[in-house]
Design a protein around this ligand. Structure first.
Ligand code: SAH
Ligand code: SF4
Ligand code: F3S
Length: 488
């Protein structure tokens, strides 16, 4: 089915609701405060920036995410949970937080509590919220984000409880306001949803089928970002490598490699110097993309390439559509074209039927690839996915033991990789002061490694969002330390 762009009138309709809520909010003595609690991946982080944009237009002042719906002793007027359901513990965490708001709601009954995101695309979760969490006023899923103003309006003016999960598949909403977290780094969604149905994964069920944005819309957004002083962008999609496949016509853009090349040309000569993207499914990563990455200096030589497991048999059961050998061959081709590439991955331990021998294959692959970073997860059965129905789940103690071995192996690789950076000068995009030590600045390398460094800078503004060359003095497992040698 071809992707349809949500008509501008639909977004226009929301403006009326925004205006009504805004007038009511501005008439209040004290400006109403709102808090967004975000769980999950970059998709959700970016969706929350859109939520923030809409809430601000509605007259809310956004406050940081503090516990139990309070900020600075004041109970929030609106709290919204943007949820994740990728693993069981993600869901449990969210329920804990929603439950903790019950007290605040009793004290301030007109507080608006909203639950949205991936979790609420599951019927059994919505039923649980309806039954056990009467303090929740609005529930909606991932497809209705642009209708948030309408839902808030109905909750406030009609005092109605809203549960809106119906959606039209195959839509992409353009033109939402975005309040970006950073003034120099930005997320840009290029596509929504996933068609891959890996047998452990809930994402295709809660995010729907793949929908690509039009290339013209993406380029226009990026042009605007470059003009506003953004230095680095990350293109987002569950599988960016299948970008454009659902579009009937897309201005001659045939693939993600085409889009990436067009973006590089668009930002030439501007202050926007770095492009990252995630996530790449190994089965769809083309030679053409490797060539485009290698050709354009603006494309960071960094790649997140989730492998999930090292055993071809397990990969098959996961429906990943590649083998251990083809993955290793892909990595070899990438390293051949880009010898300095920084590789990261995701690995699941304890997938149903995983044997000790299968797990040894994972360790072997990790040793061979030498990732700079690996996100390791214990398999978590998700309701409705094929793997959750498999009767041969791996006993917890085996999984735990395997998990610890993997983490130990990868930590030693992480450390060795970082040690190899000592004595080098690297370019860092300065993000501001380090959270743990305010005498240091922090930033990231092209390879996305964190660098904490000292610098002789008089005010923060001179440093934030600037590129700086840093001499690396010391390596930690997760970060590097050094001192600034030259600012741009
Ligand atoms: N679209 C991305 C991944 C999104 S989810 C991709 O295909 O790579 C992020 C990671 O969570 C996955 O790569 C996987 O390693 C992990 N994950 C997904 N479902 C999981 C489950 N049921 N249990 C444990 N980890 C899971
Ligand atoms: Fe999940 Fe697989 Fe889609 Fe990634 S590619 S979101 S792991 S189904
Ligand atoms: Fe992301 Fe979690 Fe949804 S990982 S896509 S927020 S289930």
């Amino acid at each position: 089915m071809a992707t349809k762009i949500v008509p501008y009138e639909d977004i226009e309709k929301q403006k009326k609701y925004i205006q009504c809520v805004r007038e009511k909010n501005l008439a209040k003595e004290e400006k109403p405060i709102a808090c967004i609690k975000t769980f999950g991946c970059q998709m959700n982080e970016h969706d929350s920036e859109k939520i923030a944009g809409m809430l601000e237009q509605m007259g809310y002042v956004l406050v940081p995410d503090e516990t139990e719906g309070k900020y600075d002793g004041r109970i929030c007027d609106l709290v919204i949970f943007n949820t994740c359901c990728i693993r069981q513990n993600a869901e449990e965490k969210v329920f804990g937080h929603i439950g903790a708001l019950k007290g605040a709601k009793r004290v301030k009954p007109d507080m608006v509590t909203i639950v949205c995101g991936c979790m609420t695309e599951q019927l059994h979760i919505v039923e649980e919220i309806n039954k056990k969490y009467k303090n929740v006023d609005i529930v909606f899923g991932t497809h209705n984000l642009h209708r948030l103003p309408e839902f808030v309006y109905n909750s406030i003016f009609n005092n109605s409880r809203i549960c809106e999960l119906s959606h039209t598949e195959g839509e992409v909403a353009e033109g939402l306001p975005i309040k970006r977290e950073s003034s120099f780094k930005a997320w840009v969604t290029i596509m929504y949803g996933c068609n891959n149905f890996c047998t452990y994964c809930i994402v295709p069920y809660v995010r729907g089928r793949e929908r690509s944005r039009r290339m013209t819309d993406i380029l226009e957004e990026i042009r605007g970002l470059a003009e506003s002083g953004i230095r680095e962008i990350t293109l987002l999609g569950q599988n960016v490598n299948s970008y454009g496949k659902d579009l009937m016509e897309n201005d001659g853009c045939r693939s993600f490699a085409d889009l990436l090349a067009a973006i590089c040309v668009t930002i030439e000569g501007t202050g926007l110097k770095r492009i990252r993207f995630m996530t790449s499914h190994p089965k769809d990563l083309s030679q053409e993309l490797i060539d485009v990455m290698a050709k354009y200096p603006a494309v960071c030589k960094q790649l997140h390439l989730p492998v999930q497991a090292g055993s071809t048999e397990i990969l098959n059961k996961m429906n990943r559509k590649y083998t251990k050998e083809s993955y290793l061959d892909l990595v070899a081709r990438i390293k051949e074209k880009m010898p300095d590439i920084v590789l990261s991955t995701d690995i699941i331990v304890g997938f149903p039927e995983e044997t000790d021998e299968d797990f040894e294959e994972t360790l072997d692959l990790v040793r061979k690839v030498q990732y700079d970073m690996a996100y390791t997860f214990i398999y978590s059965p998700r309701v409705g996915t094929p793997a959750a129905k498999n009767p041969n789940q791996v006993p917890e103690e085996n999984v735990k033991e395997r998990f610890d071995r993997l983490v130990e192996l990868q930590s030693s690789v992480d450390r060795a990789k970082n040690e190899a950076m000592v004595g080098k000068v690297v370019e860092v995009l300065c993000e501001g002061l380090s959270r743990t030590n305010i005498n240091r600045f922090t930033g990231r390398t092209e390879g996305n490694k964190i660098v904490n460094f000292v610098a002789d800078v008089k005010c923060l503004r001179e440093a934030e969002g600037k590129f700086v060359k840093v001499y690396i003095e010391k390596a930690q497992t997760w970060s590097l330390e050094g001192h600034a040698v030259e600012w741009e």
